[in-house]
Design a protein around this ligand. Structure first.
Ligand code: 5GP
Length: 201
């Protein structure tokens, strides 16, 4: 399964990963809201079986599917990659991502470390950015302050975070999100330099 040759050399896949609570959703949303990235970097909308959170909309944050539909789509080869994260399924629909790449549009994937690994195996030129909190204590505090975590889910998220942090060394860049403004600036610089500028030349 190789798309290496068919991918436009101008289009890049940008992968953002990081433990739950590290701020990657806030960061990638702020990045995409920047006028200079409009239409130049398009986020792939993943599918998930997890319940919608308040304010989320089907087709905007995720394609919210039930487990049966998700399994059916796995069988039909609908996903570029899929993983079970926190007991729920998450997957990147293949068609949209590959069509954008073929067209020469840069694609942003916000996916977990295992998904990132399988995408990078197929697209070794993908730009991989890892976001992390300054420390486990700060991450734990941030997760608690969400107010939505039970003691059990908090424990699970911290356990998974420790595992994910070990993967950071395989990423091209690691951004420590201690200060949101600084982290966003760094993210913008990286994407500008490594994704937008080469495409302009
Ligand atoms: P959340 O439920 O908090 O939005 O996401 C939980 C985790 O699932 C995050 O680490 C997120 O990056 C990951 N995730 C979201 N979409 C996908 C996807 O399509 N594939 C994979 N492998 N992980 C995903």
């Amino acid at each position: 399964m190789s798309n290496k040759k068919s991918a436009s050399p101008k289009a890049k896949i940008v992968i953002i990963s990081g433990p739950s609570g590290c701020g990657k959703t806030t960061l990638h949303k702020a990045l995409l809201a920047e006028p200079r990235f409009k239409r130049k970097l398009v986020k792939s909308i993943s599918a998930t079986t997890r319940p919608k959170r308040p304010g989320e909309r089907h087709g905007r944050e995720y394609l919210f599917l039930n487990s049966e539909d998700f399994q059916e789509k796995i069988k039909k080869g609908y996903f570029f990659e899929w993983q079970k994260v926190f007991d729920q399924y998450y997957g990147t629909p293949k068609k949209q991502a590959l069509a954008l790449i073929k067209k020469g549009t840069n694609v942003l994937l916000c996916i977990d470390v295992k998904g990132a690994r399988s995408v990078a195996a197929e697209f070794p030129q993908a730009l991989k950015i890892f976001i992390k909190a300054p420390s486990m204590q700060i991450l734990s505090r941030r997760l608690k302050s969400r107010g939505s975590e039970t003691a059990e889910s908090l424990g699970l998220r911290l356990k998974v975070a420790r595992r994910e942090l070990k993967e950071a060394k395989h990423y091209d860049h690691v951004i420590v999100n201690g200060d949101l403004k600084k982290a966003l600036k760094r993210l913008e610089q990286i994407v500008c330099r490594e994704v937008l500028e080469p495409a302009i030349v």
